[in-house]
Design a protein around this ligand. Sequence first.
Ligand code: HEM
Ligand SMILES: *[C@@H]1O[C@H](CO)[C@@H](O)[C@H](O)[C@H]1NC(C)=O
Length: 560
Amino acid sequence: MAFWAAPVTIILALLTWTSLSLWKNLQTARQIGLPVVLSPVTPLNPFWILTWRIFPQILSLKHLPFGLGTWARCVYMGWSFDDKHALHDELGDVFIVVTPGGNEVVVADPETAHVVFSRRKEYIKPAVMYEQLNVFGPNLNTVEGEDWQRHRRLTAPSFSEKVSALVWNESLRQAQDMSSSWYRMGSRGTRTLVEDTATLTLHVLTSAGFGMSYPFSHGSQKPSDGHEMTYRHSLAICLSNIITFAIVPKKLLTLRWLPSRLRTLGQAVKEFQCYMDELLAHERTSRRTMPGNRNLVSAMLEASEESQLSVGKDTGSKLSLADNEIFGNIFAYSLAGHETTANTVAAALVLLAANPGYQQWLAEEIDSVCSTSSNPETWGYDTTFPKLQRCLAVMYETLRLYGSIVFIPKAASADSVQSLPYRGVSYKIPPSTFVTINVQALHTDQRTWGPDSLTWRPNRWFQTSDEAAVSLTNPKPGTFVPWADGPRNCPGQKFAQVEFVAVMATLFAGLRVKPVLQQGQTEPVGRSLLQSVVDGSRISAITLQMQEPKKVALEWFKRP
Ligand code: HEM
Ligand SMILES: *[C@@H]1O[C@H](CO)[C@@H](O)[C@H](O)[C@H]1NC(C)=O
């Protein structure tokens, strides 16, 4: 046999397998009866992911004529941010991407999306996409069915109004420090927006979440006794390596011969686990002396212990949370709540710097609501937060166009065929078919948001001429879903809102922000550069992030 026979046989076999699978999946899709895009690659195939990550140029196949490249528009992570509503304009609000590895139904119809979100047993989270989030134990993010119900019930008290008040206080404190550190940079401006907002959100989380408070400038922070890293540092390393956990098993991370980056990660995992052990032990003892939900963890612990007591010790095990599940949830809160909130604050600040008119608009509200005192520490949560509706509108508008989660993956449950209602017809979706909610398309649909659906315009959240309204307009179900929707929506929604609003109010009560201009640059050019920074966002690991946040420095100065 010639030397080339083996590779050629393999390639032929692969091609045959691919064509046969594609053909089979196409027949299945035809039976469903929705419009179809045929793709030669499977979005979750590791070789394909490596290919487009290393050679993103391959995605320019999307520009092939005669629709030959349509598939390339919708088979990579975060495609919907680039495409907005365009593919749905061409194919309809619901279509199927047929790939060799299976079919994916893409949904951008608000009513259909609402149904998928509300039927949590029929449309579940696809487990393959969440496996790595289990590093420290099963958690709210990764469990299904009865386990999920138990986790959700026992973690719900974590997100009480009491905790919101803590979030408010800590956010005001952190934001004041952040604000003075930016102001001190003067006309040179600051380029550390993304790092600083990440620090701020992490500190709010460790404080309101786990009762560990840090000053905003933590440069000289020392690890606690018996530790080599601080809690926040070990957590930050684990969070930024979430993709690594998908590839390298946790057990391997402690091996000696690993590259230093992985050994540091192994160290961080160990340290973070130790801190959580200590935290839990501390909460258990202090709960006896000082009852009451002081933070996310103590609330979770209390709910879990009460639940166990109320049913007696024998049957209690299935009703409470095991220690590793509490650890899992601590990590889940950190993961789900950190990057998302940080990105939203950072993107909003860049957009505000590009749109000074809205800074003035915010300041008017802050002046009227907080007029009694210029010291944020005196702004009470109950009296102040509900009135800062323009600050909240800035958050909503930022999440609408630059939300952290641009698509939400679901799958028809494995047991049976599921129905998918769309425009009065009930389509039959085979078991385990992926069903993706195209959040970005829902958020940019002109039929919902009008002809300027792509423009960032926070005052769209108020009915015309009613900007003094006490609450924002309520979008129709399924049209605005940055926190998902239905029973599996984001439990940290209020947490994030309170934090965001506190930060905006603190910053714009005293300061304004503008781009630092290069020699010969005009103000409009500086602003459009800022706009291009947010428009150039992409999914880095899990969430949408600005790729070049240091391109333009921001100058913070005292309000005129
Ligand atoms: C602007 C900030 C945030 C955004 C945009 C956001 C968005 C989301 C979305 C879209 C989901 C559903 C994900 C899915 O089904 O695949 C989700 C779930 C979740 N979020 Fe958030 N989130 C934010 C802040 C937070 C915060 C601050 C916390 C906690 C402190 C948090 C904790 C969670 C948890 C635990 C889940 C899983 C819930 C479940 O599966 O039952 N999130 N979030
Ligand atoms: C928040 O701060 C205010 C003012 O300093 C204080 O009165 C209040 O008790 C604090 N709330 C919480 C939950 O810590």
